[in-house]
Design a protein around this ligand. Structure first.
Ligand code: ZN
Length: 95
């Protein structure tokens, strides 16, 4: 199983540019902000906090850049490899 299949649902919502219309509600525009979300796989739960994201002003759904998604997937897989069951990863102080 490739890394991208492990958390495949995240791949869908890549941003194409920095000022896009929301594809979920089709009624809002996205703004730079920070998102908190949870990934779950094989009984492993990983909470990501302060993830740089484009957030829809209307419905609150968010989008990640390819760069951010790759970083998230890398960290998620590091947690899987470590064998933890639960981890909180705060990106607030990450570069
Ligand atoms: Zn929206």
């Amino acid at each position: 199983m490739s890394r991208q299949q492990i958390f495949g649902m995240m791949i869908i919502k890549h941003v194409k540019n920095n000022n896009m219309d929301c594809v979920i509600c089709k009624n809002g525009t996205t703004k730079q902000g920070f998102a908190t979300f949870t990934l779950e796989k094989n009984n492993v739960i990983i909470v990501f906090k302060n993830v740089p994201a484009l957030i829809c002003e209307n419905c609150g759904d968010f989008y990640l850049t390819t760069e951010t998604t790759n970083m998230i997937l890398q960290k998620a897989n590091q947690s899987l490899v470590k064998g933890v069951e639960f981890e909180i990863i705060n990106l607030k102080f990450a570069a």
